[in-house]
Design a protein around this ligand. Sequence first.
Ligand code: ATP
Length: 503
Amino acid sequence: MNDIVYSARNITKRFGPQLALQGIDLDLHEGEILGIVGANGAGKSTLMKILSGALQADDGELRLGDNVHHMGSMLEAWQAGVAFVSQELNLFPPLSVAENLWLVPGRTGLTPTREFLTAARVQTERLGLKVPLSTPLASLSLADHQLVEIARALLQQPRVLILDEPTSALHASEVGRLHEILRGLRESGVAMIYISHFLEEVLEIADNVVVIRDGMNVPLESRGKRPTIPEIVTAMLGRASDAVHEPPARKTSTAANGVRKLGIENLRAPGLSIDSLVATQGEVVGLAGLAGSGVETVFEILFGVATPASGVIRLPSGARQAHNRPQAVASGVAYFPSDRKHLGLTLDQSIHENVSAVRSLSLGRDGPVPKVARQRQIAEERCAQIGVKMQSVDQPVSSLSGGNQQKVVFARWLEANPSLLLLDDPMRGVDINAKQEMYRIIRDLAEGDRVILFYSTDPGDYVATTDRVLVFNDGRIIDELSGERLNEHELVASMNGETAQTA
Ligand SMILES: Nc1ncnc2c1ncn2[C@@H]1O[C@H](COP(=O)(O)OP(=O)(O)OP(=O)(O)O)[C@@H](O)[C@H]1O
């Protein structure tokens, strides 16, 4: 094994009464990709923030090479050659891509040098970011934001690169490109930490895997050998997973009278052209496609935040197309957006306030906002159901880990009673167990009289939850997968236009 580049000993971190890290040890070697896995709230991001100077440990020691190093700030870490791609995507939406790439700790001025721009162009192209560097960041998709954040770290030519869920918004081809780049960096001796909830992905790219549970290292039985996924899951959860998911008994669409249905006809908008799309109550219909395929626009139109040029929309509640968000909500439409930062959570409010907030938007089952005691009870039930790791429902949402915040949003929409549920990558960043529970909940929701449209960056999610999948390309529906054809292989091929048929 090569030399140790970066090591942590007995790292401990408390947030008030919460002991987030309890004596973590870690060794990172030159030219090693170290995978770190753990359930939501296990302490991965906290540890990465400490390694990258964004947070200070309460106790423990960090060593860079042979020297004890006090990572007092992110600037110090950058200067020591430690670059961090954060799960929270610390970018500046009003600035351009180039300015975002340029702005790193310690650098002053907003104008990138010509030399930097040339390097930036090469790096972004290698990662598959297809927009000019002058593009305002705010106009890019979440996946592109993730690529910009990765490019920014790579442009620092770090000795140590920490990637916290770098692929949560990326499609398989983008993941493939990133892995190729990381393998190249490994060859040149860069040491990397790679965190992901996609365990197959971790096993594919990582040389070694570290499991963290409740802020502590969990030894793997296969010590030194390649661990298996069941072994990793058992270590993560502290027990074997009970989360064996059977794909749903798929329904075939019934357009019978008397059932609620979503009907879209001749819908035209910039980058979108749908002749017909019908989904009936009880169905989970997947809308799949690569970035820019048009799925996002469909969601935006149905939620009243984008306006089509023409077309007819009939919502399951019987209402016509909504022209703004309040109208959409009042017409029974719930939208679960993929961007965690814009999930609509009020971060400084408590979990129970957030979970019950949508009732006040007139979607509630029992109408008026329930009393606080009842709110708390509902939130407790919902959070227990999907395993939100928390101290109490009174704590602010901002104190939860990223994946647990995502689960609170999910719990919140469970408390609403929409007739049309738009789920835009709801499982991004949630751990394997919660994912299985979400699959079940989505199926249960569909069993009621709801129509569910579902999008994910993980093809496996479609197979696990949907009845059928409409594949979008260039704003059009180019394929429909159901029955035997609804498997990951066909889906990925179809999204890439390999077996596309006209639906
Ligand atoms: N700023 C904070 N204030 C209070 N508690 C916090 C704060 N940040 C994290 N925690 C708590 O520390 C624990 C570890 O959180 P962390 O974000 O490190 O988990 P994680 O393993 O990265 O989870 P995820 O997979 O969901 O991103 C959690 O219980 C979380 O609630």
